[in-house]
Design a protein around this ligand. Structure first.
Ligand SMILES: [Zn+2]
Length: 596
């Protein structure tokens, strides 16, 4: 699918990048640009910069950068055309019909058909509630205190107790069996070679993507039959279980508003909470929390409250869920409900206000965990308890800020109430032994994208400052600065063009290679003043580096010449080396400076 370049340009230029990014990341003004915590990697201090004047963003931690369209692609995990369409809608610029190839059209048609099929199935299941066969599902929902209004809002439905009700209806609506199989709605029976409905005699919950489109279903068995209590759609081109959170599309605004998200385990838990006007709730789809889940939640909040089943399985799941949340640097609290096995049951017995009260007091993860371990170790030797609590130290080492570590240690000590138990000391010991084992493993890799190398940074900042405003600096550079000072090939070419006059400063300012450096300068204007001094310093650094490199090269040549017995060449090189070395040491300050 292709759009004319000038339209893409217009949409990109019309986009308000600060407002767009600000929808996902809290931003603070810094100089003429904005700063925030990077949504693409875990960090505690902001290195993510948005520049309204350049209409772009850049992260100095992980290297991600781009414009409004690429931001949407990354954030929403959507292809270019969809991001462009979304942005065009926001900016009010009408898009012309895209120039599409036959293959684009085919792929798009197929995707549209897949969404249409899920939509069709969702409506089919919902409509079953008004048929005689669906009456038992209605009774079941009533017994679980789900109102008709809620069923309608979430399109909760019923899959009839037959082998082929959906199949028949879908074929009649001109879908074919291949599509039904691919969409996860039919199951292949190898023995008889016949395909039958995947969901039978179940209450059905449609699962939607972030744009509210149905992508999968979850089904709860009505009776206590032989099949599993819960059944989900298999993974399809539209649905990846480990990436999807039930009701996230409905909960986003509430999550932002409340400042945290509640994660529950079951469809009924999530729906019941929403029905009780607690809307910042999502559910995992019968899987443990994944890193991808954590990343998605991080787009809306910094804090997660786990509200899992009160039984051992639920509590174990909360412990497992902590790991991916921690690796995304999210704060975690855990709420264990008294006298109910899950939130759904709790709300049958108690009021919404009671639940909110408990929620406010939900302990931070480490306090909760210490209490759990103490409970478990009741009546057993105290050493056992201490050993189990020690295992928390490795998690504490990964908490990014020291204040939180201190608070967690104090909470653990308070929870255990043991004399002379010093959690802080245990963490410090663990840190030491860990650093002996392998410091490389312990340091969380910031990113796979290569961050700016120190060399590149010097070259780029130098070049950006040269072309930033005064033409005099470029004039000075033409006379005094050699392109040989640059190692980075793209920056070297840029500089050569500049001093040869084949590119002017204004054009150089727009060069994508200089983009991150300009953003750096805009974000910290004070650090880059006065410009003249800075240019001088950077120039000195480049000159020194250049000499040093030459020294290394000459030394290598010298070694080779000596080995080969080329005596006169070796003597010449040795002389050259001494010369360079003297120059290098004499270069305490630079002779040539740009003049105003
Ligand atoms: Zn980043």
């Amino acid at each position: 699918m292709k759009y004319p370049e000038e339209i893409i340009q217009r949409v990109r230029d019309a986009a308000d990048i600060v407002a767009l990014v600000g929808d996902y990341v809290p931003l603070k003004k810094a100089g003429s640009s904005y700063k925030g915590l990077c949504p693409f990697h875990s960090e505690k201090t902001p290195s993510f910069v948005v520049s309204p004047s350049r209409n772009s963003f850049h992260c100095f931690g992980c290297g991600k950068g781009g414009n409004a369209i690429t931001f949407l692609m990354e954030m929403e995990k959507i292809p270019f055309p969809e991001a462009l369409q979304l942005l065009a809608e926001k900016t009010g610029i009408p898009l012309p019909k895209p120039q599409e190839t036959e293959r684009d059209l085919e792929a798009e048609r197929e995707r549209d058909r897949m969404f249409a099929l899920q939509e069709f199935a969702g409506k089919f299941f919902y409509d079953q509630l008004t048929t005689p066969g669906g009456r038992k599902a209605v009774e079941y929902l009533k017994a679980r205190k789900i109102t008709g209004e809620t069923a309608k809002k979430f399109q909760i439905g019923y899959a009839p107790d037959t082998w082929d009700a959906l199949k028949k209806a879908a074929l009649k609506a001109k879908f074919d069996e291949k599509e039904l199989l691919k969409g996860g709605l039919l199951v292949q029976n190898d023995e008889k070679g016949r395909n039958y409905d995947k969901f039978r005699d179940r209450v059905i919950f449609p699962v939607r993507n972030n744009f509210g489109k149905i992508i999968a279903f979850g089904g709860r068995a009505l009776g206590e039959g032989p099949g599993p209590k819960y059944l989900n759609s298999p993974e399809t081109p539209l649905f990846k279980k480990g990436e999807c959170l039930y009701l996230l599309d409905q909960a986003r605004d509430a999550i932002r508003r409340e400042g945290h998200v509640l994660v529950v385990e079951g469809y009924f838990d999530a729906v019941t909470l929403h029905q009780n006007d607690i809307q910042h709730v999502v559910a995992t789809l019968g899987t443990a929390l994944t890193k991808e889940h954590a990343r998605q939640l991080k787009r809306y909040t910094q804090e997660v409250v786990l509200l899992y089943d009160a039984d051992q399985a639920g509590q174990d799941a909360a412990v497992r869920g902590f790991e991916p949340l921690l690796s995304e640097a999210l704060r975690v609290r855990v709420l264990t409900l008294p006298d109910a096995k899950d939130p759904d049951e709790y709300l049958m017995k108690h009021s919404r206000e009671e639940l909110i009260f408990l929620l406010k007091g939900a302990p931070e993860f480490f306090r909760w965990r210490a209490a759990g371990l103490r409970e478990k170790a009741k009546g057993r030797p105290v050493e056992e308890l201490i050993r189990s609590v020690q295992s928390l130290a490795s998690f504490l080492l990964r908490v990014p800020d020291e204040a939180s570590v201190q608070a967690a240690c104090a909470a653990i000590e308070g929870e255990l109430g043991l004399d002379n138990f010093d959690m802080r000391a245990i963490v410090n010991a663990e840190r030491k032994s860990g650093s002996r084992v392998g410091p490389a493993e312990r340091q969380a890799p910031v990113s796979k994208v290569a961050p700016l190398l120190p060399g590149r940074e010097v070259e780029g900042e130098f070049l950006a400052l040269l072309v930033a405003d005064r033409a005099e600096y470029v004039k000075w550079a033409v006379q005094s600065v050699s392109p040989d000072l640059f190692i980075e090939e793209d920056l070297k070419v840029l500089f050569s063009n500049l001093i040869q006059g084949s590119m002017d400063a204004a054009t150089a300012r727009m060069a994508p290679a200089l983009e991150p450096f300009f953003m750096q300068i805009e974000a910290q204007p004070d650090k880059f003043q006065p410009k003249k001094t800075l240019i001088t310093q950077l120039y000195a650094t480049l000159e020194m580096r250049h000499r040093k490199r030459q020294m290394i090269l000459v030394k290598e040549e010298l070694g080779a010449a000596e080995k080969a017995g080329e005596i006169s060449k070796a003597a010449e090189l040795a002389g050259r080396f001494v010369e360079l070395k003297n120059q290098y040491h004499e270069m305490n300050h630079l002779k040539s400076e740009p003049h105003e």
